[in-house]
Unconditional design. Structure first.
Length: 481
């Protein structure tokens, strides 16, 4: 028998063993009790809240703990909301990893309330998202973190979804090819040593410096021996690799699949820039897999990749292609919505330290698209581009009270005329359009316009809600007659 407060909400069969139960929808509440009674014993859970639950999925920028955020000190010290809660699914990539005891599981697989002693472990993006919803909805908010740094989307869905797609079977076939001659004894021995080293305080310090943006050349050189010792293992494919096809779907997603939630917020794609052309199919398949697992069309609110050029860990050279594929998903997969953060990137850090606008824009999108509030939640989006009397005119959607320019930007627009890059042009903003003037815009010229189409740029075009415009590119010929 299951009681929610004083009300019996479930009665099950009188048999021993594992069981599960579903409680029908109830009015929002907090500080209630849930009592599960058997023939002889009962367990009572206290401080139970009924509210909105969201799953926070992705890789490092969603995992990014609050302690590394720009506003960490003030946000953590002022944390005082026991009805905002966070559950971080244990990050284990294979059966038996938890038993090794290397990982610190203090903040995993348990509900944490938003108070100073717990706050540092919260997903920063998830927290800022939840804080807005707490105020807007007036109910308890629960976040379920299901994410892992440095992981590709192929790890987050059942591998059968990869095998059934001609464009995605590459992932399973390349994994099988790379592991067919694997020496398992050697692999397991080296893997255990590497996992112990990764969990060591020394390597944790390397991670902390990287995530906080404090890494300098000296720190990098001092950490190099430990990194080089781990690197051969982490680059070796095998059954303990968190990036093997389907790995984290089976070890993490399946643990929570079906747990009632309003939807998913997602921040991922950096890892997949090496296979950018496959990303639209891959991300769409992740969404389909999760929706099948939950047996409902879960809303997916996701983040378009932030500006980033390069660092010691890689480059953002293919980020424009990933952003293009993310845009495609938002236009072609039902009940998906994309937010732009083209103003919060860091040139030499793939982990932007300002996570508040990311979470708040996801929450704004949820308010508009999921909760039905009348708010401007979409970023400015190109509608049409044409020439009129030798002037290029860009018409935008979602401008609100009008487009505004903030800062200098400088590298947002790139224009090529007949294949030659030009730098003499004038940009004029109007309410819902932008005019571009150049003496090079003459009859018969072929013009290519790239807007924020680079790994890194400094966005300076916003709508009246303060949302930055999304990247786009177009090619057209000038015909003045």
């Amino acid at each position: 028998t299951v009681q929610l407060g004083e009300t019996v909400v479930y009665e099950g069969a009188k048999t021993a063993g594992m069981f599960s139960f579903v409680i029908s929808a109830h009015e929002a509440a907090w500080d209630t009790t849930l009592t599960v009674s058997g023939l002889q014993d009962s367990v009572t859970l206290r401080n139970v809240d009924i509210g909105e639950v969201w799953v926070a999925g992705g890789q490092s920028n969603m995992e990014f703990p609050l302690r590394y955020d720009m506003d960490a000190d003030t946000t953590i010290s002022s944390a005082n909301d026991v009805h905002l809660r966070f559950y971080d699914v244990g990050k284990f990539s294979f059966e038996g990893e938890e038993a090794e005891g290397f990982k610190d599981t203090t903040a995993m697989d348990r509900w944490l309330t938003f108070v100073p002693e717990n706050a540092a472990s919260f997903s920063a993006v998830g927290l800022y998202f939840a804080q807005v919803l707490r105020e807007a909805q007036g109910v308890s908010i629960g976040l379920v973190g299901c994410n892992w740094a440095g992981t590709g989307a192929a790890a987050w869905l059942d591998e059968n979804y990869l095998r059934e797609s001609p464009n995605l079977v590459y992932y399973t076939e390349s994994y099988e090819e790379s592991t067919k001659d694997l020496d398992m004894v050697k692999y397991e021995k080296k893997g255990k040593v590497a996992r112990a080293l990764i969990a060591s305080r020394r390597m944790q310090k390397v991670t902390e410096n990287m995530m906080s943006g404090k890494t300098n050349l000296l720190q990098t050189l001092m950490a190099l021996p430990a990194v080089l010792k781990v690197l051969p293992y982490t680059q070796t494919k095998g059954p303990a690799d968190p990036n093997r096809p389907g790995a984290l779907y089976h070890t993490m997603v399946e643990k929570i699949a079906g747990f009632s939630c309003r939807g998913v917020i997602w921040y991922q794609g950096e890892y997949d820039e090496r296979q950018a052309d496959r990303y639209a199919d891959l991300f769409a398949s992740v969404i389909r897999c999760w929706r099948d697992a939950w047996a409902e069309s879960l809303p997916f609110l996701f983040v378009q990749l932030a500006p980033y050029e390069k660092s010691q860990m890689g480059s953002g050279r293919n980020f424009p292609r990933i952003r293009e594929k993310q845009e495609w998903v938002s236009k072609n997969v039902e009940n998906t919505y994309m937010v732009s953060i083209m103003d919060v990137g860091m040139r030499n850090n793939v982990h932007p330290k300002t996570k508040r606008p990311v979470g708040e824009r996801l929450a704004l999108m949820a308010r508009g698209k999921i909760y039905g509030e009348s708010v401007l939640c979409d970023p400015p989006e190109i509608a049409t581009v044409h020439f009129d009397s030798g002037v290029m005119i860009l018409n935008f959607l979602h401008t609100g009270n009008g487009l505004v320019q903030k800062g200098t930007g400088g590298n947002v627009f790139k224009i090529l005329v007949n294949g030659e890059n030009i730098d003499k042009f004038t940009v004029v903003l109007h309410t819902d359009c932008i005019e571009i003037h150049s003496p090079k815009f003459i009859q018969g010229a072929d013009v290519q316009l790239l807007f924020a189409w680079a790994g890194y740029c400094e966005m300076n075009i916003f709508n009246s809600a303060g949302l930055p415009a999304k990247p786009f590119k177009t090619i057209l010929s000038i015909n003045l007659f």
